[in-house]
Structures are given as C-alpha cells and as structure tokens.
Design a protein around this ligand. Sequence first.
Ligand SMILES: C[S@@+](CC[C@H](N)C(=O)[O-])C[C@H]1O[C@@H](n2cnc3c(N)ncnc32)[C@H](O)[C@@H]1O
Length: 229
Amino acid sequence: MVDHSFKEDFKYKHDNPYHDRLAQFSEFVLRDNESEEHKGRWNQDVFKRDGKLFLEIGSGAGHFMVDYCVDHPDHNFVGLDYRFKRSFALAKKLSSLENKNFRYLRAKGERIEFQFAENELDGIFYFFPDPWPKSRHNKKRLIQEPFLKGAHKVLKPGAIFYIKTDHDDYAEWMAREIKQCGLFDILLESKDMRAEHPDHFLCKYTTGFERIFLQQGIKIKAFVLQAKK
Ligand SMILES: C[S@@+](CC[C@H](N)C(=O)[O-])C[C@H]1O[C@@H](n2cnc3c(N)ncnc32)[C@H](O)[C@@H]1O
C-alpha cells in the first residue's frame, strides 16, 4: 500500500523538459530531492530569518500561495506541487513578487518527513487534493495513515493542518482516517464551510479549483486539525 516516495532512499525519476526549465528560477525553486538537505534548517539556512514556517501541499496555479504570501510578509512559506507544467507556470508568477518570503518545491507531498524535521512547521495547508474517486485508485489518496503520521511529526505541538475538499467521498474517507490515526484534534469539520463559517480564515481565500467548484454549486468541505503532542 505504501508508495515508494515515502521511503528514505527514494529518488525522483523523470525526463520532463520542465525540470530543466525550472532551473531558471533557482533563486526560489527547489526540484526533486534538493529541498531535503534543508530539513530542520529552513529558517536559518534558506529564509535566513526567524518567522512562522508554513507548507502548502498541491499549490496548483498558486492562488492561495500568492495571496497568503502577500498578506503575511513576515511568514516563511513553502509551496509544493509535483506537476511540472503547473510548477513552471506558478514559478513564472512567483518570480514577479518582490518579497521572496517563499520557496517552491517541485516535489511530492509524500516526502514531508524528509523535507522537514520534527516540530519544524507552524502549519500545513492542503486544498482540493486529487480525490482519486475510483475505488481501485483510493490507495493513492494522500490523506491516510503514512502521510498523517509524517505530517503530525513535522508539525509543532498545537500547530494546525487546514484541509478543504470539494469531494464528499474523500471528505468522509478523511474523517475516518483522521479519527483512526488519533494524532489530531479536530477543531472544525464542516460539510459546507462557506455557509457554516463564512468569516473563517479558510473562506477568506479562494483557490483556483475552489472558484470552479463554487460556480458549479458544490459545497466546500473542510477540516481544521490540531497536532496532538
Ligand atoms: C485539484 S488540484 C488543486 C490545486 C490548488 N490547491 C487549488 O485548489 O486550486 C491538486 C493539486 O495537488 C497536486 N498534488 C496532488 N497530490 C500531490 C502530492 N502527493 N504531492 C504534491 N502535489 C500533489 C496536483 O499536482 C495538483 O496541482
């Protein structure tokens, strides 16, 4: 069941032309395993300043990443996605931001324990993860025990993990996995975030996919989890 990318000696293999093209943004883009040498030293070595350190998994077109980084110039933010073309488009967008209070990883979220040290992160955002709706593909869903254990490890005590999804079945799956692993307190669980908590931080930001789902009248499901330590 466990994907190879959860293993310590995992090496990325690909021959995608965008891999080389991303090198032009090496000021703030780290590719494949490159980020892993900074484990435990993101603020000291990479950002070279103190500050709360946040991770977004699956940044996509970067709507949340860009808005959040602009709104929180004193936070250190790491965005991550594994799709090459999307990463390149986002890197181009990020290059125009003056305040480089972010880094971008072309990498897999499964690698979280190798990218960050125990108690290093102040928070994680994961918005509209791929739902893998066919039952034979469910095992590819990131929100399950191996990843939840890694996320819990790298979060500081009491740090928050924010999740939004459009997908009813994945939301139910998440609720089961989160409760079964017992590593998080569920501070909020909503089947219709926009109606139930319109003033919440999570409703202040609308991601690219979220915009489409809202236009289709789909209710946004959300979790706010706190690492129990
Ligand atoms: C449906 S899109 C959502 C993008 C963005 N968060 C939004 O709401 O507009 C899911 C994104 O997560 C990325 N993704 C999915 N699983 C991932 C993983 N395991 N590691 C890194 N990125 C992942 C995909 O490449 C894709 O860009």
